[in-house]
Design a protein around this ligand. Sequence first.
Ligand code: SF4
Length: 256
Amino acid sequence: MALSEKSWQSGTKTTLTLLMFLMAVLIAAVAGLVWIIAGRAIFWYRLIGLMLITGLALFSAVTLSGIVAFYLLWYNKQVPNRLLSMVNLYLQWLYPVLLAMGKSFGKDINEIRRAYTRLNNQSILGRKKRYQPSEVLILVPHCIQQADCSVKLTNEIMLCRECGLCDISDLIALKNKYRVDTAVVTGGTLARKRISDKRPKLIIAIACERDLISGLMDVRKIPVYAMINERPEGPCHNTHINAREVEKILNRLLER
Ligand code: SF4
């Protein structure tokens, strides 16, 4: 079953709540600092205080743009391209803070990750750029392969016998139809190798929320369309992809 709209909405709502809490903390910190330095005539106190206030104000600006972006996302509205271009800033600055906050408030961390991947994907679709099939690389985790299948696919996906017991056969059908390179990877190291061998201009990555986010943090210079896999038998075991969703994205992003 594909991730439902409700699940995306819930992730966005959690992220939005955490961002608003963070914003309140930042405003309180700035107000506290202003109050502290206002009562001190010592130069160094004021200088350090002003530097801290500037840093907090910058962080507040990123947080505020995050609130606007996720608010629009929550209401299924188009996020303006200028806000979307800050997606990398969210990942570097806000994501680690949100993750720590989410953990301490006992939130489902994957919800925060899902919301971020949705924002990331919207930023890729919003660019309205189309790619040649040769410029695209689809990366698939090896756990999509049926656990007791003996074929080794990490060197060559076409070794699959297309028995239909797992979704690899659907991916091969898409690979043949759209002529897009598809690689099965066992982790970040092999994924990085495939990327450096192929040098794609667009990556479509299928994985769990955690691996997708760490991939997005790793590969900053190439747009990565992130698709979350389905895990009916738990993590890393006989996972699934929604081939129809992959095809829909190929149709939106490929030059036809
Ligand atoms: S489709 Fe069949 S042969 Fe191919 S990877 Fe899956 S189980 Fe193995």
